[in-house]
Design a protein around this ligand. Structure first.
Ligand code: FAD
Ligand code: 2MC
Length: 379
């Protein structure tokens, strides 16, 4: 087993790092402050090939491995966490349409999703159904050659700014087997968008309630077959959880780099902070835990690439571990800055606010433990 990156992988990392340094990092604080959703940057990311990375080639994507995509997202997240997280959700949606859509639906959406000219949202959560996703109530009723959607989706990332929504809705019985997935044009008549939620972090992208009131869509927009939607939603989230985990790793690495530099510059008691062994030990623990998190995410990504039977468990482990470590490292980096860490002139408080939600969304870290525990006890 070789833990070194290949030449190609190193080139992906270098390209993504350069993009993050040029297009994301200089603007991240402003986008956060102004709650600006940088549409123009998603277009540029599309030109770089970052918007349909692991979508199958036959559907018009780049067919990259999850591991290679994760290497790229890690670098991008070091530039702007919230913007990169939106790119990861968009990649998940593009993969779902490209993998499970009928050819006409692929032709309609995937080319422009891959270039970043169009953007996608993922709609699973509802006001009454979060962790228990299979209890969702949004309905899709077949009416001739159309489906009619009614219901609400809560906390939808990018909503109001995106062009296509992948919506999980009930076409049959209660529970997971009655759920189907649809590609829904975001401007379809009857879709109502709520206000942008006032959030702790992830301010460079809007999060909205989306309500469907007798929304009619062509029946061909069904992804796969009726009843397959919950499985598709979970398959999407296996990859999504790797991506969110790696957004925490990339952000935490940026925070660690900032803290290391600060420890060497800041003097107290006549010495640089770096001279105090207590702080050296803190830095050592941050670096060690971050390496462990990174390796775990890469292992999970390779399990998905190899379609390993345990891939879902590894994705859950990586998501839970890396997002907890990511939050801790960012918070410790803030602490190492003392009072300066708490003010917005430094990026630490933004890092802490942005990565905090990674412990909650794409399945809470309690749900990740549920997935891992169930699997362990099933054997
Ligand atoms: P609940 O499910 O009500 O959970 C409340 C608490 O109880 C949590 O701590 C949870 O871990 C715990 N809990 C629940 N059940 C159990 C159990 N059985 N055992 C132990 N603990 C349990 N969703 C989308 O579909 N698309 C999006 O784009 C999207 N973007 C989001 C963006 C943001 C900024 C946020 C905050 C959320 C987003 N979400 C999105 C929703 C997110 O996935 C949910 O918030 C999350 O899955 C948790 O659901 P909930 O908020 O309803 O919490
Ligand atoms: N891949 C393929 N199939 C899967 C799967 C996976 N990863 N996970 C479950 N399934 C299948 C499973 O095999 C079963 O099918 P079958 O009966 O044919 O074997 C079916 O789906 C039902 O699975 P469960 O019995 O495990 O379903 P349960 O209702 O117990 O819930 C749980 C499972 C808790 C893991 C799921 O509801 C969940 O992930 N909840 C968290 C919700 C979540 O992650 N929301 C994120 C929203 S998106 C977001 O936040 C963004 C920012 C984009």
């Amino acid at each position: 087993m070789n833990f070194e990156l290949t030449e190609d992988q190193q080139a992906f990392v270098d390209t993504a790092k350069a993009f993050a340094e040029k297009e994301l990092a200089p603007n991240a604080a402003k986008w956060d402050e102004e709650h600006h959703f940088p549409i123009e940057v998603f277009r540029k990311a599309g030109e770089m090939g970052f918007m349909g990375m692991y979508t199958p080639e036959e559907a018009g994507g780049f067919g990259m491995s999850r591991l290679d995509s994760a290497l790229i997202f890690e670098q991008l997240a070091g530039g702007c966490t919230a913007t990169t997280a939106m790119m990861t959700i968009h990649n998940m949606v593009t993969w779902m349409i490209g993998s499970f859509g009928q050819q006409s639906v692929i032709d309609q959406w995937v080319p422009e999703l891959v270039t970043g000219e169009k953007l996608g949202s993922y709609c699973l959560t509802e006001p009454g159904s979060g962790s228990d996703a299979a209890s969702l109530r949004t309905s899709a009723k077949k009416d001739g050659d159309e489906y009619v959607l009614n219901g609400s989706k809560m906390f939808i990332s990018g909503a109001g700014e995106t062009d296509v929504l992948v919506v999980m809705a009930r076409t049959g019985e209660d529970g997971p087997k009655g759920i189907s997935a649809f590609a829904v044009p975001a401007d379809a008549e009857g879709i109502v968008y709520g206000k942008a939620e006032d959030k702790m972090g992830w301010n460079a992208q809007p999060t909205r309630l989306v309500t469907f009131e007798d929304v009619r869509i062509p029946a061909e927009n069904l992804l796969g077959k009726e009843g397959e939607g919950f499985k598709f939603a979970m398959m999407g989230l296996d990859g999504g959880r790797i991506n969110i985990a790696v957004c925490s790793v990339g952000t935490a690495q940026a925070a660690l780099n900032t803290a290391k530099a600060y420890m060497q510059e800041r003097t107290q008691f006549g010495k640089p902070l770096a001279a105090f062994q207590a702080l050296q030990f803190k830095l050592a623990d941050m670096a060690t835990e971050l390496v462990a998190a990174r390796q775990m995410v890469r292992l999970a990504a390779s399990k998905v690439d190899n379609n390993d039977a345990d891939k879902t468990t590894y994705c859950a482990m990586a998501k839970q571990f890396a997002t907890d470590v990511g939050f801790k490292v960012c918070n410790d980096a803030l602490q190492l800055h003392g009072g300066y860490g708490y003010i917005k002139e430094y990026p630490l408080e933004r890092h802490v606010r942005d990565v905090r939600v990674h412990q909650i969304l794409e399945g809470t870290n309690e749900v990740m433990r549920m997935i891992i525990g169930r699997r362990m006890l099933a054997d």
